[in-house]
Design a protein around this ligand. Structure first.
Ligand SMILES: *Cc1c(COP(=O)(O)O)cnc(C)c1O
Length: 333
């Protein structure tokens, strides 16, 4: 097992600078009042393709050898990583194939096609789609770019940590959504390298927190995948995990879990109080603060990781209980 170091992240920052947005870091008045300390939101929801995944995908595409570029890329992700990889590959004129099962909804298939990727529909499960990825690697020499456990992907996600350290040198705490751990590993490596005094806490949903369970078990373990509002945080960390398990174990100060109600509250607060459309996975840091689950001692940065949520679902959540958002400081602007 290995770790991605700070110099690899600074190289990634130079490499992707022209292709990825330096996203805004904005002070949240409502959360600062609630926590009695400055709380800033790092709005990765403002990236093209709607999530931070563009950082790692772009770094991975730009790091390919000429030979690998000619042959193309493949992934099984239909979510934010698939989108980001399709977009990054198209920008470089590289072929990208996204394998998905016949159960993936038509609008997701179209979204990936619209970004310029080739879609292969195979089988009826994510495992079938993954088998097809491995087949294309073997038979056509395509390069698989996994969503988190890959050094260039982790280094790309880590560039956000450098931006945070540059913008707010007195950061005391960073809250990072946590699933496979590419984002948390990259940010923690950058933050601990630049601001050794700062704490980095990963936030996962209670329903299927794979990294949390694995760290408790002392090794990567399987978790049952359950339906959750934080759908971009679903899935395991891989039983043959190379990077993110050790990096999260060694670099994170804590992991905090949030319930489905708390996630809904986070989505609602982001919209009502901050004017931001945020998906479930992107709102878990806000959710943890609203729920009083974080010991805030000084300047805090909350990573708002993405905005890709179904419009009707978002509407239902925002409409559900406006009172809750108001009592959390929503109208106090
Ligand atoms: C992928 C994703 C995450 C989690 O990233 P990991 O590197 O898998 O931990 C969080 N939020 C959003 C919006 C994502 O797409």
């Amino acid at each position: 097992m290995s770790a991605v170091r700070l110099d690899r992240i600074t190289h990634a920052q130079d490499r992707i600078a022209a292709r990825v947005r330096r996203t805004p870091l904005v002070l949240s008045l409502s959360l600062s009042a609630l926590c009695r300390a400055p709380v800033h939101l790092k709005l990765e929801s403002r990236q093209p393709t709607g999530s931070f995944k563009l950082r790692g995908a772009t770094n991975a595409v730009l790091s390919l050898s000429n030979e690998a570029r000619k042959r193309g890329l493949v992934t099984a992700s239909t979510g934010n990583h698939g989108r980001a990889l399709a977009h990054a590959a198209k920008a470089e004129g590289v072929r990208a194939v996204v394998c998905m099962s016949a159960l993936v909804p038509g609008n997701k298939v179209e979204a990936v096609r619209a970004l310029g990727a080739e879609v292969r529909i195979v089988g009826r499960s994510q495992d079938d789609a993954q088998d097809e990825v491995e087949k294309l690697v073997r038979e056509e020499g395509l390069t698989a770019i996994p969503p988190f456990d890959h050094a260039d992907v982790i280094a790309g996600q880590g560039t956000m940590g450098l931006e945070i350290a540059d913008a707010l040198a007195d950061t005391e705490l960073v809250l990072v959504p946590l699933s496979g751990g590419g984002l948390a590993a990259g940010i923690a490596a950058a933050i601990k390298g630049r601001l050794p005094q700062a704490r980095v806490i990963g936030i996962s949903m209670e329903r299927g927190a794979a990294m949390h369970k694995s760290l408790r078990a002392g090794k990567p373990v399987l978790v049952e995948e359950l339906e959750t509002l934080a759908d971009s945080l679903g899935g395991g960390i891989g039983l043959t995990n190379q990077y993110t398990f050790t990096m999260c174990r060694d670099l994170l100060d804590d992991i905090v879990l949030v319930s489905e109600d708390e996630i809904a509250e986070g989505i609602r607060h982001a919209f009502v109080a901050e004017g931001e459309t945020v998906e479930g996975a992107g709102s878990v840091g806000i959710a943890a603060l609203l729920a009083g689950k974080i010991d805030v001692r000084g300047p805090t940065v909350v990573v708002v990781s993405g905005r890709n949520i179904d419009g009707a679902l978002h509407q239902r959540i925002v409409d559900a209980s406006p009172k809750a958002a108001i009592s959390a400081g929503g109208l106090g602007r």
